[in-house]
Design a protein around this ligand. Structure first.
Ligand code: ZN
Length: 388
């Protein structure tokens, strides 16, 4: 049985212990301040007698994986935690309790998964959630952090845990006595992890991602705590101010301004399609040997529309269509009727080659483009020369 020092004193950064068992790289100690991981929180990082601890396992007997050690039973060892990492995880873990309880006070939801690591802190929940609920919950969590709230823990008989009691996933707990962690009066939850002494130490909590996850109904909420949260809050607020400036709106009105602009953009796209169809319909062929050849160049027209139209132009037989679409790049479409004996792919590739462009397709229909703008007239002339 290993004494779990992190339970009675989560602020212990160094400790002395005695080796009680050795199995290859694995070393069991009589006591440890290393949290072995669990409840979604990553295991601790650090060293034993200066050697890095690269893994942990076990519940009653806690083993530390220390490659390269030469310990034998009875050795005294000194353990040192990577305190910066641990403290960040304690902040995240305590913040996660507050965030979950603030969310669940506002909506019916259930915890799916917690994942607290140095790089990423994520809560996955199932239920009805939206930005408004997330905003209110994050505001509440930060006001609790600002006021401060003592974190305490006590053991409770699992039989006594019922409706209205602490949050507990009893199906995942095997012990009769359950450790319940309380954050002031704000949250009571069964948890074996390591937490701060006071919620004030979280500093700040910020949700930096909120997206629907799979399966449907699940939500992924990524968050930051402490100095990372402050840094991100400053960055995001500046981005929001810059966006507002570009939209010509106050930052709080940027969303409405964006929606208005999107509607305008959609109207413009629809109009462009209508005028584009008119322009495509007015194309008249020229004679080139035995064939009728349709050529045309269009600005910012939907590529799919141009491809569809090329197919229609050659549907009558004996025809070739050479159409160019110009936006930031130049896009070329080449189509022919079934009775015209040319290979569109070869001609298209040859026509694009001088501009470093590429393309592909089938003998009767090919498309491709260049990585920047080229003169559409010259490109079409190039195709016509190849057709001759
Ligand atoms: Zn916890």
């Amino acid at each position: 049985m290993t004494l779990r020092l992190y339970e009675s004193d989560p602020y212990l950064k160094e400790f002395d212990a005695t080796v009680t068992k050795v199995e290859g790289e694995w070393v069991v100690l009589d006591r440890t301040a290393f949290y072995p991981g669990g409840g979604g929180q990553e295991r601790d990082q650090g060293t034993l007698a200066g050697l890095p601890v690269l893994g942990m396992r076990g519940k009653d007997e806690i083993a530390h994986r220390v490659p390269g050690h030469a310990f034998t039973v009875g050795d005294k060892v000194h353990g040192t935690l990577d305190w910066e990492n641990r403290y960040a995880l304690m902040r995240a873990h305590t913040g996660e309790h507050l965030l979950f309880s603030s969310l669940s006070r506002r909506t019916d939801m259930e915890l799916v998964k917690i994942s607290l690591a140095r790089e990423r802190k994520v809560l996955v929940v199932k239920g009805h959630l939206d930005w408004g609920i997330v905003r209110e919950a994050v505001q509440e969590v930060n006001s609790i952090i600002a006021q401060g709230a003592k974190v305490s823990s006590h053991l409770v008989d699992r039989e006594s845990i019922g409706e209205g009691g602490p949050r507990a996933k009893l199906d995942r707990i095997s012990e009769r006595m359950v450790r319940v962690v309380s954050i002031g009066e704000h949250d009571h939850a069964a948890c074996a992890g390591v937490h701060l002494g006071d919620a004030r130490e979280i500093g700040m909590l910020l949700v930096n991602k909120f997206t629907s996850a799979k399966p449907a109904g699940d939500w992924e909420i990524e968050f930051l705590v402490g100095p990372e949260a402050v840094r991100a809050a400053v960055d995001l607020s500046i981005s929001a101010l810059m966006l507002g400036e570009r939209m010509g709106a106050l930052p709080q009105d940027s969303l409405t301004a964006f929606d208005n602009r999107e509607r305008e953009l959609n109207r413009a796209r629809e109009a462009l399609k209508v005028y584009g169809r008119t322009a495509l319909a007015s194309l008249r062929p020229r004679e080139l040997g035995p064939w009728k050849v349709f050529t045309g160049s269009f600005l910012a027209l939907d590529r799919r529309l141009v491809m569809e139209w090329a197919n229609e132009l050659v549907a009558g037989g004996g025809s070739v269509a050479v159409l160019v679409c110009q936006d930031e790049r130049t896009f070329l479409v080449l189509a022919r009727s079934p009775d015209v004996d040319i290979d569109c792919v070869t001609i298209l590739r040859e026509a694009l080659a001088p501009y470093g462009g590429r393309g592909g397709g089938k003998p009767a229909f090919a498309s491709g483009g260049t990585s920047d703008q080229v003169d559409p007239g010259a490109l079409i002339d190039g195709v016509l020369r190849l057709l001759k």
